[in-house]
Design a protein around this ligand. Structure first.
Ligand code: 5RP
Length: 254
């Protein structure tokens, strides 16, 4: 809690409320009927998924087609009867109008680290197949430099676990195999791969790193997202929602 200038106590919004507010705000501002929509993964993005679900159920949003970035998202869409398609389907093969997702870190140029929930591979597919890209975060995710506090996930095929880790260390990164919770051994992604979480001790160029890490044999994808600058909806601790970046609004087309 903080005191305002009049001395009265102002309650700070709780983290879950911040996520809820940001998730609903981005949907209300950007999602239109007829859109081909990528929906992200995580505890913030799920509020956007639920808002889409609510508006779809009420008939406010019509004729939307969704690409879900994870089992979590797909299952949530199922609860609302939202039609989910493959990105290979005729319906979505021309790409997405808009993708909404969360992030682990956002730098001042709206470059991101994603993949805390292990869904980076398909999240990047959605992000880079979208005309518009929107990210929802609370203020705690804003950083000056990426990957000093939160590690960058690197998804590798199981056979590359040791060799890819050695190659990543050559970039000066500290490398850790992501361990599962309530399962013995490592996390296995939805694509049968492992995750190496890497942390740098001094700032790196995320654009260069995103390209370089993917050149390592056995690396499937990494969690730097720099290729499709998003508009970022930021839920501030004081309850305000700030919008940072260029908001590209596309009408949904059938
Ligand atoms: C999942 C992600 C998430 O969007 C990211 O980890 C943020 O999650 P949360 O909103 O739960 O903090 O990239 O792979």
């Amino acid at each position: 809690m903080e005191q305002d200038s009049t001395g009265s106590i102002k309650e700070e919004a709780q983290p879950e409320q911040l996520k809820l507010r940001a998730g609903r705000a981005v949907v209300d501002a950007m999602v239109k009927s007829g859109m081909k929509l990528g929906l992200g993964t995580g505890s913030t993005a799920i509020h956007a998924v639920r808002r889409v679900g609510e508006l779809f159920t009420q008939g406010v949003l019509q004729d939307i087609s969704v690409f879900a970035t994870s089992f979590q998202t797909e299952i949530e869409c199922e609860k609302f009867g939202i039609p989910v398609y493959s990105l290979n389907s005729q319906r979505l093969s021309s790409g997405l109008d808009l993708t909404i997702d969360g992030a682990d870190e956002v730098d001042p140029q709206n470059r991101l680290i994603k993949g805390g929930g292990g869904a980076l591979l398909i999240e990047k597919l959605a992000a880079y197949a979208s005309l518009s890209y929107a990210i929802v975060v609370d203020e705690s995710k804003l950083v000056e430099n990426l990957s000093l506090a939160f590690p960058v996930p690197v998804e590798v095929v199981p056979a590359a676990r040791v060799q890819a880790a050695k190659a990543l260390e050559k970039f000066g990164a500290n490398v850790k195999l992501r361990e599962a919770v309530r399962k013995a051994g490592p996390v296995i992604t939805e694509h049968g791969n492992l995750v190496l979480d890497i942390r740098f001790c001094s700032p790196v160029d995320p654009v260069i790193m995103e390209a370089e890490l993917n050149k390592i044999p056995g690396v499937v994808e990494n969690g730097f997202f720099t290729g499709n600058p998003p508009v970022v909806y930021i839920a501030r601790f004081n309850g305000a929602i700030d919008v940072r970046g260029v908001q590209l609004l596309h009408e949904g087309k059938k």
